[in-house]
Design a protein around this ligand. Structure first.
Ligand code: KIV
Length: 309
C-alpha cells in the first residue's frame, strides 16, 4: 500500500513534465473506490462504463446523469483523498451550454467529482472551453468513443492510417487549446498515440493506446476479473482473479447451508436455559425430538469467521 497524496490538475501536468506515469482506474461505488485509493491510484474515473460492468447494459448509451451522480457520490465517499473524474453521459453536452453546465454542476455538487470527462474532439471544444472557464477541469476522450459507437462502426482501433492519425492529432490539439487538463486516448494505434503524447503539453492517458502515453487507465472489473464483459479484449491485463474467489466463496456458502455445516455453534446466540423448551410446550413445537441429520456442529466449517454480535 502506498501513502496517499492528493492530486490536482497542476500536479497532474507536472507529472508529465517529470515523466512520472499517471495511474487511473475506474470505480463506481464505495468499496471499489476505497480499495483503489488504498492501493495508491493517482486518479479515479467514475466512467460511464458503469453501464456495461455494473448496470448490465450492452453499451454506455443508456447511462443517465442521475446514474452518474449517484455512483460518483458513492465513489467520492470511498476515496476522499483521490482526484475523481466523472463521465458526462450520452447526450448531456451536445445541447445548449446552459444545459451542459447544469449537468456539470450536478456531477460536482451532488456527485462530489473534481473534474468531468467528455468524449469527442473539435465538435465539443466550445463546450470544453465553457466548462473550464466556469472553473471545472475537463478530461478529454478521443479515439474509440463508446458513446458514438453507432456512428464509428463498432469498437475498432483508431488512428491506424495517416489520415485518421492526423484527425486524432487535430482533435487532441483542439482539446488542449480548449483547456482540457489531460486527454484519454482509447483504442488508438501505438505510434499515433505516442506522437500525440509527444506533441501535447498536457498528459495523455491511454487505454489500448500503447506504451507512449503519459498514463494508463483500465476498467476496475477488468483489472481484477470481476465478472467483466470486456475480458477478451487484447489491451486488458488481468492483475487478480477476484471473480473466481467470490464465486468460490458463494459456492462454499451455498454448500454449507445445504449440508448444515453453517451456521455452526460459534455463529449463534444462546437464550437463557429452558427458553426453547418452554416455547415449545406453549406453542406445540418440538414435535420432532430429533436433531436434523444435517445440523451443523462446526466440524466441517473450515473457513468460518467470528460471529459478530
Ligand atoms: O467509461 C470508462 O470507463 C472510460 C474509460 C474506458 C476510459 O471512459
Amino acid at each position: 500500500m502506498t501513502a496517499k497524496r492528493p492530486l490536482n490538475v497542476v500536479k497532474i501536468r507536472k507529472m508529465k513534465q517529470q515523466k512520472e506515469p499517471l495511474t487511473m482506474i475506474t470505480a463506481y461505488d464505495y468499496p471499489s473506490a476505497k480499495l483503489a485509493e488504498e492501493a495508491g491510484i493517482d486518479l479515479i474515473l467514475v466512467g460511464d462504463s458503469l453501464g456495461n460492468v455494473v448496470l448490465g447494459y450492452d453499451s454506455t448509451i443508456p447511462v443517465t446523469l442521475d446514474d452518474m451522480v449517484y455512483h460518483s457520490r458513492a465513489t467520492a465517499r470511498g476515496a476522499g483523498n483521490t482526484f475523481i473524474v466523472a463521465d458526462m453521459p450520452f447526450m448531456t453536452y451536445h445541447g445548449s451550454i446552459d444545459e451542459t453546465l447544469r449537468g456539470v454542476r450536478r456531477l460536482m455538487q451532488e456527485g462530489h467529482a473534481h473534474a468531468v470527462k467528455m468524449e469527442g474532439g473539435l465538435e465539443i471544444a466550445s463546450a470544453v472551453k465553457a466548462i473550464v472557464q466556469a472553473g471545472v477541469p475537463v478530461l478529454g476522450h478521443i479515439g474509440l468513443t463508446p458513446q458514438s459507437v453507432n456512428t464509428i462502426g463498432g469498437y475498432r482501433v483508431q488512428g491506424k492510417d495517416a489520415e485518421d492519425a492526423k484527425r486524432l492529432m487535430n482533435e487532441a490539439k483542439a482539446l488542449e487549446e480548449a483547456g482540457a487538463f489531460a486527454v484519454v486516448l482509447e483504442l488508438v494505434a501505438e505510434e499515433t498515440a505516442a506522437a500525440i503524447s509527444r506533441e501535447l503539453s498536457i498528459p495523455t492517458i491511454g487505454i489500448g493506446a500503447g506504451r507512449g502515453c503519459d498514463g494508463q487507465v483500465l476498467v476496475f472489473h477488468d483489472v481484477v476479473k470481476y465478472a467483466s464483459p470486456y475480458m477478451e479484449k487484447r489491451f486488458v491485463k488481468t492483475f487478480a482473479d477476484i471473480g473466481s474467489q467470490i464465486r468460490g466463496g458463494i459456492e462454499d456458502y451455498v454448500n454449507e447451508v445445504k449440508s448444515g455445516a453453517f451456521p455452526a455453534e460459534n455463529h449463534v446466540f444462546k437464550a437463557d436455559e429452558g427458553v426453547g423448551e418452554s416455547l415449545d410446550s406453549l406453542y406445540g413445537g418440538g414435535r420432532s425430538e430429533e436433531k436434523p441429520a444435517h445440523a451443523g456442529d462446526g466440524t466441517s466449517d473450515k473457513k468460518k469467521v467470528g460471529a459478530q454480535a
